[in-house]
Structure formats: structure tokens, C-alpha cells
Design a protein around this ligand. Structure first.
Ligand code: AMP
Ligand code: GLY
Length: 424
């Protein structure tokens, strides 16, 4: 199989790293890829949002399976274009990806199919939104409708902060057209986890769970980010939580999307709040989480390639089952100083070879570039993902931070408490 991986982050590097180990995979091509993927296969400089050019590339290269990493590629409709030319694609159509690209769509979908989620209202008008806030108690949860790189959610403790968030999104268009509408919803107290299921359009198979750390700084302080670290498995996700999520969230969603004429193919990622009244959906993503994916790939023992192909071909039952190591995995994200607001670009990174040489450690590239002199430089917000496994989560965490210590990068920072909830 010749596989095309679309994207340029740590998630895509981890997928490429895993797929390249498959005896079924003869070549990996990445678009646009990154210096980590360039060590596994060939990178072609096509933007992840250029669906027309990506489809042309897949046809030209006689690709057997396209694996889509980022949501922006799904929103651009690459899966639809590939389906039109008969190239198998792991990733949902534009219509099915609405489960991620529109929070308002998803909320209405949940209401139609009785999927448990926080109560909500949708607003386009700031005055009405604020009037509604006046009838509610804090904390207030305010979300931009569309894609905002994980940053479109404000949890406000006071009315003032809440009103300001409404103005920022609806008036000042902080998230552009993604903020034409907002969702205001009920605050759900509980512990959050990321649950993943593979879907072939008809059914869903549980893939695994992880916990992410969304805030930028230690102690869950600072602004929301795309994710500063993750670990898998997540102790809060017991067998009972998995069974409940399959029965009440994943299976009804896949059935509902098929019934509505938008069968879902790919990874469905449910952000779930485990509450006293059972598990409730916070949000769907329609792709692997980043950095959750890195921890899942580090734990995956079996071959990923035939499973993704079977899902893309609409028949997961044709694939061998996925098996995971019980050994925990952790990913520490190294971000450029200034992330998430204004990450500093261009600083030099050294010491990767030392870190990668450590036992049970892999370093995935998330936002790097090689300059003309062969020096590795920061080229993004989240820049490197140090991933380690161990017999215990504590051992994995110690190993990951030892590897972080081997990396010489004054222009970066990381959280020092990844995994704290599970370690306590
Ligand atoms: P999202 O981008 O929807 O995952 O939201 C970002 C973060 O805000 C989530 O990871 C949660 O920690 C938090 N959050 C979102 N919605 C709610 C809610 N209804 N109740 C409590 N916390 C929430
Ligand atoms: N880490 C959360 C996400 O990928 O959306």
C-alpha cells in the first residue's frame, strides 16, 4: 500500500511512524509533512487545505489510502473529492465533519438523537445572548460555533467576563467567521476525557481513551490551547464509562449520521465529561486528537494500516482487531515561547538525537522546519511532542521529562505536570 498522510503536525508524524512499520505499507507520502515525516517518507509541499491539489496528488502518485489528520482538510472537502475519483480515504466527508466544524449542528444533532450533552442555546445576536446570560448562573460556557483551533471556548466565572467573551466573538470577530454564531451552554462539573472510536459509516469500534491538558501552564492555569500534553489510558475511563459511551454516544451518532445521509467514516473523537449523572458529550472532533493520537500510537501493538483501509472501504469487520499495550504512554508538548497567542518563530532546537536515543522515547515533530544550513528551527506554536511509555504512568512521565531535559531549546517551554490527575 502506498499511503498519503495529510497534515504537518505531531499527530501526522505519529500516524506516519506507525503506518511505516506495517509490512503492508510500501511507501508513505506526506503533504505538506514536516522534518519528522521526511525521515519516514517523501514530503510534498501542498497545503493541507488545498483539497483540489491534494486529490490531484493522490491520483498522480497512485495512492491506495489517504489518511487525513487535520479538521481543516475535512472542512475543505478532501474526502468528497477522493470519493469522486475512487481513492479510499480515512476521514469523513465535509457533511459528516460538521460534527466538528459546527457546534450548533452537533448540538441540534444530539437533540434529534437523544445523545446526552449539556443544555444549550444558539445565538447570532450579542444583545440577545447577553440577555440570556442574565437568566443563568455562573460559570458561563460560551463557544464560537466553528473551528477555532481549540481556542474558541470561554468558561467565564463572572457576568462581566461572559459579556466580554460574547463581544469578542460576535462583535470583534476574534475567531472570524467561526464566530458568526455562538453556543451558550450549561456548565458540566466532572472529569473530562477523550474517547476515540473508529467508524466505517455503519458502525463504530472503540479505539481507546486519553486525557489531554488544554491549559497552557502548570496547574491548569492560563489560556486554552490545542493541548499541552496527554496520557493514555485514562483511569477515569472505566469499562463502564466505555460501555456507556458506546451505547449512548458513539453508536447512536454513527447510526444517526447514516440515517441523515452523511455516513461517518474515520475517527470520531468524543470529549466526554464523566459526571455524577453519567457521561455527557462536550464536543465531537472528527479526527484523531493532537496530542492524544501520539499516546495511542505509542500503545498500539497491532498493525494500523489494514484497519484504516477497512474503515475507508466501509467494512471494519474485514479488518483484524486492534490490540493495545497495557503500558501507559505520555506525550509532553514543547511549545514556542509566546504560545498560544504569539509564538516566537525561528529559534534553534538542538539535542533531538540524544532525546530520541533514550529507551521507550519517541520525539514527534509538530511545528519544525530545517533551514538551509540543516539546523532545526521552531515553525509553529506546538513544536515538538516528546512521547514515552513505561511500566507505570509515573515511569513513562519520568522518562518523557528526562528526554525533554536532553533537548536544548531555550525558545521553548512545556508544562511540567503532564499526567498529574492520574498520578495523584
Ligand atoms: P471544547 O473545545 O468544546 O472541548 O472546550 C474546551 C474546554 O472547555 C473543554 O475541554 C472543557 O474542559 C471545557 N468545557 C467545554 N464545555 C464545557 C461544559 N459544558 N462544562 C464544563 N466545561 C466545559
Ligand atoms: N487535543 C485536542 C484536540 O486535538 O482537539
Amino acid at each position: 500500500m502506498k499511503i498519503l498522510i495529510v497534515g504537518s503536525g505531531g499527530r501526522e508524524h505519529a500516524l506516519g511512524w506507525k503506518l511505516a512499520q506495517s509490512p503492508l505499507v510500501s511507501a508513505v507520502v506526506a503533504a505538506p509533512g514536516n522534518p519528522g515525516l521526511a525521515k519516514i517518507g517523501r514530503c510534498v509541499n501542498v497545503a493541507a487545505t488545498d483539497a483540489a491539489e491534494l486529490a490531484a496528488l493522490a491520483a498522480r502518485e497512485q495512492i491506495d489510502l489517504v489518511v487525513i489528520g487535520p479538521e481543516s482538510t475535512l472542512e475543505a472537502g478532501l474526502a468528497d473529492r477522493l470519493s469522486a475519483i475512487g481513492i479510499p480515504c480515512f476521514g469523513p466527508s465535509q457533511k459528516a465533519a460538521q460534527l466538528e466544524t459546527s457546534k450548533a449542528f452537533t448540538k441540534d444533532f444530539c437533540a434529534r438523537h437523544a445523545i446526552p450533552t449539556a443544555d444549550f442555546r444558539v445565538f447570532e445576536d450579542a444583545i440577545r445572548a447577553k440577555a440570556y446570560l442574565g437568566t443563568r448562573e455562573p460559570p458561563f460556557v460560551i463557544k464560537a460555533d466553528g473551528l477555532a483551533a481549540g481556542k474558541g471556548v470561554v468558561i467565564a466565572e463572572t457576568r462581566r467576563e461572559a459579556d466580554e467573551a460574547v463581544d469578542q466573538i460576535l462583535f470583534l470577530r476574534k475567531f472570524g467567521t467561526a464566530g458568526q454564531r455562538i453556543v451558550i451552554e450549561e456548565f458540566l462539573p466532572g472529569e473530562e476525557a477523550s474517547l476515540f472510536a473508529l467508524c466505517d459509516g455503519k458502525t463504530a469500534v472503540f479505539l481507546g481513551a486519553a486525557q489531554d491538558h488544554k491549559r497552557a501552564f502548570d496547574g491548569d492555569k492560563g489560556p486554552n490551547t490545542g493541548g499541552m500534553g496527554a496520557y493514555s489510558p485514562a483511569p477515569v475511563v472505566t469499562d463502564a464509562v466505555i460501555a456507556e459511551a458506546m451505547e449512548k454516544i458513539f453508536l447512536p451518532t454513527v447510526a444517526g449520521m447514516a440515517a441523515e445521509g452523511a455516513p461517518f467514516v474515520g475517527v470520531l473523537f468524543a470529549g466526554v465529561m464523566v459526571t455524577a449523572e453519567g457521561s455527557k458529550l462536550i464536543e465531537f472532533n472528527t479526527r484523531f486528537g493532537d496530542p492524544e493520537c501520539q499516546t495511542l500510537m505509542a500503545r498500539l501493538d497491532s498493525d494500523l494500516a489494514p484497519v484504516l483501509l477497512a474503515a475507508a472501504n466501509g467494512d471494519l469487520s474485514a479488518a483484524p482487531p486492534l490490540t493495545f499495550s497495557p503500558r501507559p504512554a505520555v506525550t509532553v508538548v514543547l511549545a514556542a515561547q509566546g504560545y498560544p497567542d504569539t509564538p516566537l518563530a525561528g529559534s534553534i532546537i538542538r539535542g533531538l538525537l540524544e532525546a530520541e536515543a533514550m529507551e521507550d522515547v519517541d520525539v514527534f515533530h509538530a511545528g519544525t522546519r530545517l533551514d538551509e544550513d540543516g539546523l532545526l528551527r521552531a515553525a509553529g506554536g506546538r513544536v515538538l511532542n516528546v512521547t514515552a511509555t513505561g511500566d507505570t504512568l509515573r515511569a513513562a512521565v519520568n522518562r518523557a521529562y528526562a528526554a525533554v531535559g536532553a533537548i536544548d531549546w531555550p525558545g521553548g517551554f512545556c508544562r511540567t505536570d503532564i499526567g498529574w490527575r492520574a498520578l495523584e
